[in-house]
Design a protein around this ligand. Structure first.
Ligand code: ADP
Length: 167
């Protein structure tokens, strides 16, 4: 089942929350900063052992002080206008996060709106990619949750999910 929630992803008690990380995996701003603050400094220490992550791939860490059991860090594309393979990289970020979850018996997973903050991906295009991949994987999970920070993004996701479900 796909659920759309408005709020702070760090508060969710799920098997895994996904982080919109940067390739160092050592923390940054936005949702990445919030996740590292809530998980505690052990997340950064652990991630030093992972050796980074290229855009479109995903890596697994423990949740440390988070209510979530795991953090799946993925790196979305930086938006450069749309002709640099951004859509495929964003799709891969969602897909590889979900594949990594399946390989680790994760049945409940929450995603932020990857790449739509500092990385500048247009929100509606990103939402369509996110929700299409989530729908494809929906039967293999108990819960796939999209967590949106703003009411505008929450309304956008609700509208696009309805559109996709009507197809
Ligand atoms: P990126 O660098 O991938 O663009 P950002 O963290 O800048 O990542 O933004 C991604 C999205 O995460 C934005 O829509 C932002 O509003 C949202 N966001 C920021 N903090 C949180 C949070 N605590 N929980 C959920 N979403 C958040």
């Amino acid at each position: 089942m796909i659920e759309i929630l408005q709020g702070d992803i760090t508060r969710l008690d799920v098997d895994a929350i996904v982080n919109a990380a940067n390739p160092s995996l050592l923390g940054g701003g936005g949702v990445d900063g919030a996740i590292h603050r809530a998980a505690g400094p052990q997340l950064r220490e652990y991630n030093k052992t992972l050796g980074g992550c290229p855009p479109g791939e995903a890596r697994l860490s423990p949740g440390f002080n988070l209510p979530a059991r795991h953090v799946i860090s993925t790196v979305g594309p930086v938006w450069h206008g749309g002709d640099q393979g951004e859509a495929r990289i964003l799709e891969n970020a969602y897909r590889n996060s979900l594949e990594l979850a399946l390989a680790n018996d994760i049945r409940t997973i929450a995603f932020p709106a990857i790449s739509t903050g500092a990385y500048g991906y247009p929100r509606e295009q990103a939402a369509r990619i996110a929700l299409r991949v989530m729908r494809e994987y929906e039967p293999r999970f108990d819960r796939i949750i999209a967590v949106l920070h703003s009411k505008e993004d929450y309304d956008l996701y609700k509208r696009i999910l309805e559109e996709i479900q009507g197809e």
